[in-house]
Design a protein around this ligand. Structure first.
Ligand code: PLP
Length: 417
């Protein structure tokens, strides 16, 4: 690596960062991206091992997506989606998403990102039970190690306690947490508090930010069945796993036949070219709101933004044409194959993967993960540390097997350094 290195600015406040250290040591500033690579302001090239924050599924710098956004902006950037308004592009995207939804005839409620989608799901779950005449069903159950975004609902529901600390207590009442890998814990909780008070259970099919934790065999179907048997809505948080990331199907919910009542998405929906999220609502949950005479008083100014919808249409075209939902299975295998070679490394505690184009290398010393990410950069790879001291691997779905091998080799060099 050569060039001027990090850029220092005391103006930009980064999320999830020690700003004193960022200002002191400099920020990692990117100037451009191309395919599986990103380039810093000095022109140094890095393999993007994480597709940004799990979003750049079709890779960086795709002119076709930029052209679609430009064309839309010149027609109309956006109109409100409140009331009976929409743009033709937004309507077309909703129809297209309905066609690939895990539950046929799902309704698509657009948001501006993953946290919006999660908080919308939590509100809709509670609102649904009110409409069904069961207002006492309010408790929303999440899992340890879970990440559901940083809005008030998602922060309260998340299973990473430090993320909810420092606000003077729980932000949103009526949430509970069960062990991430124990379906019986969910059953026990429902039996203890009574199904009549539980509105919904929320689960990431593969826990992402909390540490790349694939579900135990059979877990997802079991919790889904427990929810069904107890009249608890099952919410799949597919902000990371959706749109081909998990491979073999558009959604983990389809691959594992989960039939979620609600499904939250964002990220891969537009590959991050323009912010956008979408909440998928199964028809039986939407029914009270579509029967006539009832409003859901909820929405975001930029929900269904026309330029984002145009970006999404172009991204879905690329995904289909380049078979990226199938390619994710190739990456599932190559990530596990290449990263497994690190399993015997003295600094490595565990290598996890095998469920889509996501993998994690957990270190014995969680505190070393951030330092290893910095060493990885010196090896030409842009990486990230997720929870439990786990190095995150979620490359663009266009990443080649050779590039995956290079990411693994660079990780070994970083661990040795
Ligand atoms: N849900 C999950 C599972 C996520 O991983 C994330 C973000 O990483 C979110 C929700 C929040 O999404 P956003 O950061 O777009 O608000």
């Amino acid at each position: 690596m050569s060039g001027q290195g990090p850029t220092t600015s005391s103006a930009l406040w980064h999320g999830f960062a020690d700003m004193g250290a960022v200002v002191r040591d400099g920020a990692f500033v990117f100037a451009r991206g191309e395919g599986a690579y990103v380039f810093d302001t000095a022109g140094n090239r890095y393999l993007d091992a994480t597709a940004g924050l799990w979003f750049a599924n079709v890779g960086h710098g795709r002119a076709e997506v930029a052209d679609a956004v430009r064309d839309q902006l010149l027609k109309v950037a956006h109109v409100t989606g409140f009331g009976d308004g929409a743009t033709d592009t937004t309507v077309a995207l909703a129809e297209r998403l309905q066609g690939i939804a895990p539950v046929p005839d799902s309704k698509i409620f657009f948001t501006s990102g993953g946290s919006d989608s999660v908080d919308s799901a939590i509100k809709l779950a509670r609102r649904y039970w009110q409409e069904k005449g069961r207002p006492e069903k309010k408790l929303i159950v999440g899992r340890s190690n879970a990440y559901h975004g940083m809005h008030v609902g998602g922060t309260s529901l998340g299973g990473i306690p430090v993320n909810a600390e420092g606000y003077g207590g729980v932000l949103f009442d009526d949430t509970a947490t069960v062990a991430w890998d124990d379906a019986k814990a969910l059953l026990g909780l429902i039996e203890r508090v009574g199904a009549e008070s539980v509105a919904a259970f929320v689960a990431e099919p593969v826990i992402g930010a909390g540490g790349l934790l694939p579900p135990p065999e059979g877990y997802l179907r079991e919790v889904r069945d427990i929810c069904r048997e107890h009249d608890v809505l099952f919410i799949a948080d597919e902000v990371v796993t959706g749109f081909g990331r998990i491979g073999g199907a558009w959604f983990a919910s389809s691959r594992f036949d989960l039939q979620p009542d609600l499904m939250t998405t964002a990220k891969g929906l537009t590959s991050g070219y323009v912010p956008m999220g979408a909440l998928f609502v199964a028809p039986h949950v939407a029914e009270p709101f579509f029967a006539g005479g009832v409003w859901w008083r909820h929405g975001y100014t930029y929900g269904g933004h026309a330029a984002a919808a145009a970006a999404s249409m172009a991204v879905l075209d690329i995904m289909e044409r380049e078979n990226l939902v199938a390619e994710a299975l190739r990456l599932q295998d190559s990530l596990l194959r290449e990263l497994s070679t690190l399993a015997e490394h003295p600094k490595v505690k565990d290598v996890r993967g095998g469920v889509g184009a996501v993998a994690g290398v957990q270190l014995h010393e969680p505190a070393e993960a951030m330092a290893t990410v910095k060493k990885l950069r010196a090896q030409g790879v842009s990486g990230r540390a997720a929870g439990l001291g786990t190095l995150q691997y979620s490359p663009a779905l266009i990443t080649t097997d050779e590039q995956v091998a290079e990411i693994a080799a660079a990780t070994r060099r970083a661990l040795d350094a």
